[in-house]
Design a protein around this ligand. Structure first.
Ligand code: ZN
Length: 135
């Protein structure tokens, strides 16, 4: 269980944005973004602010308890992006409606969290066409 005050802190800190794919809560008001354990509790992750982030439902479900994956370019085992320890812009770049990984961590996270699943790309494309931004 995550303390109510900590939940509020995480939501405020994230400014209503998924800390993995940058989808904004206001773009998907019908589903409240969950709080994600960056290192899953089954791997010893705690429910403290340094191990929590705001995640859209899709990233949260796709990530599950994963903490790493295989880099699609090298096949190496690489950790998933850590929103508290790493900087988004150093690992990802937006290319129209697509999110591209620009580092081993970025590429692995794009793959494991399925950032460019057809539905996500379609949604981002529609939002961009309506003048919404993701940065
Ligand atoms: Zn997301």
């Amino acid at each position: 269980m995550i303390d109510r005050q900590i939940r509020e802190l995480v939501r405020t800190r994230a400014q209503g944005r998924c800390e993995y794919c940058r989808m904004r809560q206001e773009y998907i008001p019908q589903m409240t973004f969950p709080i994600d354990h960056i290192i899953a509790t089954q791997h010893g992750g705690t429910s403290t602010p340094d191990n929590l982030c705001l995640s859209c439902l899709r990233c949260n479900l796709q990530k599950g308890p994963n903490i790493a994956g295989l880099d699609p370019e090298t096949g190496e085992l690489v950790p998933i992006f850590h929103p508290r320890k790493q900087i988004w812009n150093e690992h990802f770049v937006l290319n129209g409606p697509f999110i591209e990984g620009i580092s081993p961590v970025g590429r692995t996270t794009v793959k494991v969290l399925a950032f460019n699943h057809e539905q996500q790309v379609d949604l981002r494309e529609a939002l961009l066409a309506d003048g919404w931004a993701f940065d």
